[in-house]
Design a protein around this ligand. Structure first.
Ligand code: HEM
Length: 130
């Protein structure tokens, strides 16, 4: 595994954990959302997504993934889309729908952690065994 791929995996995981931490912090503080915390949460989320995608595609460029990895990547992509959409809607929405968005946002975080973590785990194994 090249250093670049390794670093994108490690920093991606660190940024993902920071995103969860800042997300919980924002949720505990409630509305109106603190601009600094909200911006940091969005930036770490985007950074984690970009680095995780870089990690996955760098490996997939040189190795073919099985159905298991493909399914996990599809679930991870759907979870990211749900996180981006619900995150944006929560920041502009102030009605009771926001509590449903919050549930979808939290559930998507968990499904992303499981699917993204699983995909990265299996991709790492593919690369190690090459
Ligand atoms: C990898 C992507 C992301 C992950 C894993 C993530 C994770 C989380 C988590 C775990 C929470 C705490 C939920 C709770 O305790 O109720 C949270 C809250 C929040 N996130 Fe995200 N998030 C992501 C992306 C985003 C994006 C892109 C936005 C904005 C566009 C956003 C906006 C928010 C907001 C506004 C809250 C506070 C919700 C509330 O009022 O309870 N998130 N996030």
């Amino acid at each position: 595994m090249t250093l670049r791929i390794k670093l994108s995996g490690i920093f991606g995981a660190v940024l993902f954990l920071l995103t969860i931490g800042f997300g919980i912090w924002i949720a505990l503080q409630g509305k109106p959302y603190g601009m600094v915390l909200f911006t940091v949460h969005k930036l770490t989320a985007i950074g984690a997504t970009v680095l995780a995608a870089l990690f996955c595609f760098s490996i997939l460029k040189n190795a073919s993934a099985g159905g298991k990895v493909t399914a996990l990547v599809i679930v991870a992509v759907i979870s990211v889309i749900a996180l981006l959409a619900t995150g944006a809607l929560m920041s502009i929405n102030n009605d009771p729908v926001a509590s449903y968005l919050r549930i979808i946002h939290s559930v998507s975080s968990i499904s992303l952690a499981i699917s993204g973590g699983g995909a990265i785990f299996f991709l790492r194994n593919i690369l190690m065994n090459k």
